[in-house]
Design a protein around this ligand. Structure first.
Ligand code: SF4
Ligand code: SF4
Length: 689
């Protein structure tokens, strides 16, 4: 029956009739010694006996020869010597075309400044990321499932075709490296055929999406991408064609596959498909922490000012960008009409390196990278989180800000005022510290004296902003209810977060050192804060200046004590929770605040939640700068939160709170109530509050 099916297939079906079935039949027949296809031996097959004549005796051996000659012929394309010569010339031209561009890129990367803080450790984490993000394509699939799967098949297909291609080139020089008739060959070439079909379908789908559907974040239609997709499709078709009956030794097909390969190869480094070669390296070598800001080294390091400051990692990442637009799609600045486009940060860096090179003294901010764009970034990290090829935008953007601020090229009245406030008053809002003292007295907060368990960090918002003060009061109320001892510092300065993100390392360093000294003198062992920006800055950025005591966000604290807090009565109100960027993407805390909200109300998520959360617009020091261009980020997000129909917007960051306060009242006469999770918890302890 199997033989019959295969024979029918050979007689009638000229389409790519299930290659898989045919190959399965071949393998099955091999195993059971069944003749699949009766056909007279080809004249040239007779001319090249594969077994010695004295062994050609029994019928089963004869059947073996039939079978062997079919499978053997699937591989054998005999080229004449002029064809070998032509192949070699074309191969040399193709390799030269590849190296001509790739060599330049490689030399540029190597000529860039070494990353002073780079260390290959921890290798385990690098290997895990490589396996997950490159081999398993986890990020690509998770963030855009359908195109992600299609892309993953193309990638896996390329891997599967490695030996097919080596084998193919081998034939070009008269070497028959792998046979399809061995055990390994049968399995391997069958799998390659299956991948061939998957790649052909996937690349056709991706090309349709890019050229016909055209999502806006992909930018202008790229005919270059269309041509590359066509080449990949042709590569698959010309391979699969060899499985069609009668096409096994087809020379035009062999040459078609060869020429497609030889055209494709030099195009890789000349196009965005350079990521095929670079991105595995980039993912493996990327900085080990999210949004890691490398330290400045020495008195002459001002950040990213000229080409001389571009490091090898930045160079490598700039050339790895595949222009997929994932970063742009999720960027709050770009989504609200600002000039900032994170994709253009990577491509701008590449454009600069192509034109000026890594040794240039030409300022980076200029033709390819705009200062205005660099200072529109909220440092939300959505771009860096989304990027599938390991581009880390934040060290670039903050590096550019550093370059502009440290060389006096950034002139902004709000920025100047903010830096003065930090320098003179030690807080970003510009109040006298006596205001903080009065608030502490009014709230009867104990001063930390080393006997309490926690130091409650007020932060600028908790100490001076009216809404921030309400959050602190509510949280202190919950701590008292839980009988957890705490105290506040007599003196406390801004953590330096806005200075750090805006590129003012001098102000940041002074604030960090000052606070570290205060914490040390006060013998603080544990800190809790209502502000994710403070948590991140103290827990990570201060490390350059010394070790801070462990710090946690109040959502983590509350989640740990939930069983000691009252539960909701009845259904509770519908509360939509907004993930703050610095708690979610930066710290990976998504469930703790949700568990608090869920304890007291009915939790709902907005369309963009968790890793995909949309920024409130305050981060990166932008809360202290002037009016935004285009639509306000906070209004866009507030509308999205209100559209869920929730009666309460749950926040977990005083900056989000301050941004949404105005935005919500601007979008509706009866907007949802805005509450921090500490206020939600406190309202259950004392229902009248
Ligand atoms: S960090 Fe956020 S605002 Fe800045 S470029 Fe990236 S996505 Fe845009
Ligand atoms: S930087 Fe990353 S996410 Fe953005 S376009 Fe390039 S590859 Fe895509």
């Amino acid at each position: 029956m199997i033989a019959g099916k295969a024979a029918n297939s050979r007689r009638g079906d000229e389409c790519l009739e299930p290659v898989v079935l045919l190959l399965a039949c071949v393998m099955f027949a091999e195993h059971h010694d069944i003749v699949l296809i009766e056909r007279p031996p080809a004249p040239d097959a007779l001319a090249r006996p594969v077994l010695a004549p004295d062994k050609l005796t029994s019928p089963s051996k004869m059947r073996g020869i039939e079978r062997f000659s079919l499978l053997h012929s699937l591989l054998m394309v005999e080229l004449s010597w002029p064809e070998h010569a032509l192949f070699l010339i074309l191969l040399a031209a193709s390799v030269y075309g590849f190296w001509f561009r790739f060599g330049k890129v490689w030399r540029t990367v190597l000529a860039s400044k070494k990353d002073p803080e780079f260390h290959i450790q921890p290798v385990g984490r690098r290997v895990t990321d490589f396996v997950s993000e490159v081999l398993l394509q986890s990020k690509v699939i998770k963030q855009r499932p359908l195109p992600g799967i299609a892309h993953a098949f193309v990638f896996w297909g390329f891997c599967a075709f490695a030996l097919v291609t080596i084998n193919h080139f081998g034939q070009g020089v008269g070497l028959h490296l792998f046979s399809r008739d061995g055990f390994f060959g049968r399995i391997y070439f069958s799998l390659a055929a299956i991948f061939g079909i998957a790649v052909a379908v996937s690349i056709a789908g991706l090309a349709f999406r890019r050229l016909v559907i055209r999502p806006k974040w992909l930018g202008k239609v790229s005919y270059e991408s269309g041509f590359i997709a066509l080449l990949i499709f042709l590569l698959m078709v010309t391979y699969l064609g060899t499985f069609l009956p009668g096409m096994e030794e087809n020379k035009p097909l062999w040459w078609a596959h060869t020429l497609t390969l030889l055209i494709f190869m030099p195009l890789i480094p000349h196009t965005k498909h350079l990521h095929l070669v670079l991105s595995p390296v980039t993912v493996f070598l990327k900085r080990d922490k999210f949004s890691k800001i490398p330290p400045l080294v020495g008195d002459e390091d001002f950040g990213l000012d000229t080409g001389k400051d571009v490091t090898q990692l930045i160079s490598l990442q700039a050339y790895s960008c595949v222009e997929c637009g994932r970063c742009t799609q999720h960027c709050p600045a770009n989504n609200t009409g600002k000039v900032l486009n994170p994709k253009e940060i990577a491509l701008g860096m590449r454009g600069y390196l192509n034109e000026f090179g890594p040794a240039s003294e030409e300022p980076l901010l200029g033709k390819y990278l705009l200062q205005e764009a660099a200072f529109q970034c909220t440092t939300c990290g959505a771009c860096e989180f989304q990027c599938p090829v390991g581009v880390q935008h934040l060290p670039m953007i903050i590096g550019l800000r550093r370059g502009a601020v440290n060389t006096g090229k950034w002139e902004d009245d709000y920025g100047t005022k903010l830096f003065l406030n930090l320098e003179r008053n030690g807080n970003a809002l510009g109040f006298s510290s006596t205001e903080r003292d009065k608030f502490i007295q009014k709230q009867e907060f104990p001063i930390f004296d080393g006997t309490q368990e926690y130091c409650l960090w007020l932060g600028c918002m908790g100490a001076y902003d009216p809404q921030g003060r309400e959050i602190i009061s509510s949280f202190a109320q919950v701590m008292r209810h839980l009988n957890v001892s705490f105290g506040v510092l007599r003196k406390e300065k801004c953590t330096g977060d806005p200075a750090r993100r805006l590129g003012n390392d001098l102000a940041f360093g002074q604030l960090a050192e000052n606070n570290l000294e205060t914490l040390k003198q006060s013998k603080v062992k544990k800190i809790v804060s209502i502000c994710p920006h403070c948590v991140r800055t103290m827990g990570t950025d201060w490390a350059e200046y010394g070790e801070a005591p462990p710090i946690e966000h109040h959502s983590e604290f509350l989640a740990r004590h939930l069983d000691m807090l009252p539960s909701k009565t009845g259904d509770g109100q519908k509360i939509v929770y907004h993930d703050p960027c610095y708690l979610g993407r930066y710290r990976g805390v998504y469930d703790a605040p949700r568990s608090v909200v869920g304890q007291f109300g009915e939790l709902v998520d907005p369309p963009r939640a968790r890793e995909r959360s949309f920024c409130c617009g305050a981060g990166g020091g932008l809360a202290f700068l002037g009016e935004e261009k285009g639509q306000r980020v906070s209004v866009t997000r507030a509308q999205e939160l209100a559209d869920t129909g929730a009666t309460i917007v749950g926040a977990a960051c005083p900056f989000c709170n301050t941004m949404f306060r105005d935005a919500l009242s601007g979008i509706s006469k009866t907007p949802p109530k805005l509450m921090d999770i500490a206020q939600i918890a406190a309202s259950q302890i004392n229902p009248s509050s």
